[in-house]
Write a protein that binds this ligand. Sequence first.
Ligand code: HEC
Length: 163
Amino acid sequence: MNHTHPYRSAVATESGASPALIVLSTLLVLAIVTALSAAFSSREPARTVSAENGRYLVEKVGMCWDCHSPRDDQGNIIPERWLQGAPLPFQPTIPMPWAPVSKHIANLPTLTDEQALEFFTKGTLPGGRQPLPPMPGYRFSEADAKDLIAYLRNPIAPPKTGP
Ligand code: HEC
């Protein structure tokens, strides 16, 4: 039998696939590969640790400096002692567990990066300890906690009028 299928004759020569068909299918494969790799890379975007975001979290969101920075007798922060721990100027009105002094957190001298990550994401200090009030048990995202740590390892003091 020498029957030629009408559709096949439109796209293919007797010797095989037409050049146009090969080009089209190559383009289709490329398009699929490109779409797939875009889908995978957007699922896990590359992210670099940002000390600048850490600074924003310390200065504007967590307000860490408000409790952790010593002040002069006018109530201005002392830039040379930025985040070095301070007596708190307030206390609870009812008896409760309480730390009257905050800790030195500039350069995070008491915690490794792993311990700080655990503390800032789960609120737990080494040995499963909880900080005493009024230190909040923050639950930062892992990305924000890493940014915080990067900033705290190398904090930048603002002017004495505060951040
Ligand atoms: C309302 C006041 C207050 C704020 C706001 C605050 N802290 Fe504290 N922080 C404290 C006090 C008080 C302690 C001491 C708690 C204790 O002795 O158990 C403390 C303890 C800590 C410790 C534990 C150090 C150690 O080794 O025991 C770290 C780290 C810390 N704070 C980081 C931060 C960061 C980072 C922020 C902001 C994101 C912050 N704090 C905001 C009051 C505060």
